[in-house]
Design a protein around this ligand. Structure first.
Ligand code: SF4
Length: 445
């Protein structure tokens, strides 16, 4: 992707999809989190919680049936049930270590998230045991949202009912595309009949909220197929549809194959095309009773479409994070667990936190973090930052906001600052404008 900015109001993201991660999920960039700072997270855990700050809990399940060609997560395929059992036991032991720490205070989690990998890869018995044991250690009775990611091919009717009975409120299905050839060529484990079966069973089970994920610009995607996928997704009528633009990070099978064959540009649609496809999806969704609520999400009007995990985390909630490679945040310090399963199991086995790197942002970095993450929702309320940080964000970011206005990416600036649709569709690159100089051009991993 090339970013072009000049004084003559042209700012565009152009050209072929180059290799790399552009999606911003936190700030400062992960490359600044460091093993030297692990003591900071230990100190943070030893303090009482900030009054009124909610607590969330995240568990990473790193197992999948098959590795998708575009996947850049740490996942393990072909895991045996004994290995999964050991992993679940380690995650519970890790939770025991956290619950003994002062940062918990009297809090119970307000939101819980099972991510992966594929949480639905676990058997029904394993899921029941896991949830029961987690709840015993840190009660779920205050949790307003319990989100659970699924790969459609791992779901049976029975498993879906069990997941519902466990109290899951938000079921997120990694559909990605609704064409079997596209699914196959991108290395997905499921096909459309499995999506249809799983989706119907999930609807019948009566979850408060079902989300389906789509990706614009997968390998061999075409204009016609994308339109059909959008049409079919709308016909499914979920409460929420999340649309990502395909990226090709370094640690993907696609990149490996590019390297082997000497290709420089990823064999996926260019950025203009992907933006056009997402624009099409959002227009169709809006005509069908959905509202675009963030750069990636459209939700059905009048239905429960809250997403606490995102909204509270972006406002600085604590996140007790369990499992290999998972990311957490406690009392102002960010941390990430060891990203390989063997050292993770080994450390937990020795009663040690399996934390690999950490970072305590400065006040200014915290302000930037909350500002840029919230920008992904398409609007900013300056009053929030005045109250929380004592900062006038219009003044602090006057230069950057001025550029965004000049480039046509801000269309309203009165009580609220709001981002145009074109701005929203390239928000992850625009947000680099707000980074501190030392964080610009850093690899986002
Ligand atoms: S299902 Fe998700 S986590 Fe698993 S390999 Fe595919 S993209 Fe990666």
């Amino acid at each position: 992707m090339s970013k072009q900015a000049s004084d003559s109001s042209d700012y565009e993201l152009k050209g072929a999809t180059e290799v790399g991660n552009f999606f911003i999920s936190n700030y400062p960039p992960y490359s600044f989190w460091s093993p030297d700072k692990v003591n900071e997270i230990q100190d943070a855990m030893a303090r009482s919680p900030e009054p009124g700050n909610p607590l969330g809990m995240y568990l990473h399940i790193p197992f999948c049936r098959k590795r998708c060609h575009f996947c850049y997560f740490r996942v393990y395929t072909g895991a045996k049930s004994a290995e999964i059992k050991d992993y679940v036991a380690a995650a519970l032991k890790e939770l025991d270590m956290y619950t003994a720490q002062p940062f918990i205070g009297n809090r119970k989690p307000s939101f819980i998230y099972f991510g992966g990998g594929t949480p639905s890869f676990l058997s029904t018995d394993m899921l029941r045991e896991l949830v029961e044991e987690m709840d015993k250690r840190l009660s779920w009775s205050d949790a307003k949202e319990i989100a659970f990611e699924c790969e459609p091919g791992t779901l049976t009717e029975k498993k879906i009912k069990v997941i519902k009975d466990l109290g899951i409120t938000r079921l997120s299905l990694g559909v990605e595309n609704l064409d079997d050839h596209i699914l196959e060529i991108n290395g997905r484990a499921h096909r459309t009949p499995e999506i249809e079966r799983a989706y119907k069973a999930a609807q019948d089970a009566g979850f408060e909220q079902i989300n389906i994920d789509l990706i614009a610009g997968m390998l061999e995607e075409t204009e016609d197929n994308w339109k059909r996928t959008v049409e079919k997704a709308i016909a499914m009528d979920p409460e929420s549809i999340t649309v990502y633009q395909m990226e090709v990070p370094y640690n993907t099978t696609i990149y490996q194959r590019m390297k082997e064959s000497g290709m420089l540009k990823a064999p996926v649609a260019n950025w203009e095309t992907k933006r056009r496809w997402v624009t099409y999806a959002y227009e169709q969704l809006e005509q069908s009773g959905y509202e675009v609520k963030s750069a990636y999400t459209a939700v059905k009007k009048g239905k429960n479409a809250e997403f606490l995990y995102r909204d509270l985390l972006w406002k600085g909630a604590d996140l007790l994070s369990l499992g290999v490679a998972s990311f957490g945040h406690i009392n102002g310090t960010h941390y990430q667990n060891n990203h390989d399963i063997d050292p993770y199991l080994d450390l937990v086995g020795k009663d040690q936190f399996p934390i690999y790197r950490a970072l305590t942002p400065t006040d200014e970095e915290r302000l930037i973090r909350e500002f840029i993450l919230h920008f992904k929702l398409g609007w900013i309320d300056p009053a929030y930052y005045r109250e929380k940080f004592g900062v006038d964000v219009r003044e602090r970011f006057s230069e950057q906001l001025g550029h965004m206005k000049k480039w046509g990416f801000i269309d309203r600036d009165d009580t609220i600052i709001s981002v145009t649709r074109q701005g929203l569709l390239q928000i992850d690159v625009l947000l680099h404008e707000f980074f501190l100089p030392e964080h610009v051009n850093q690899r986002y991993a």
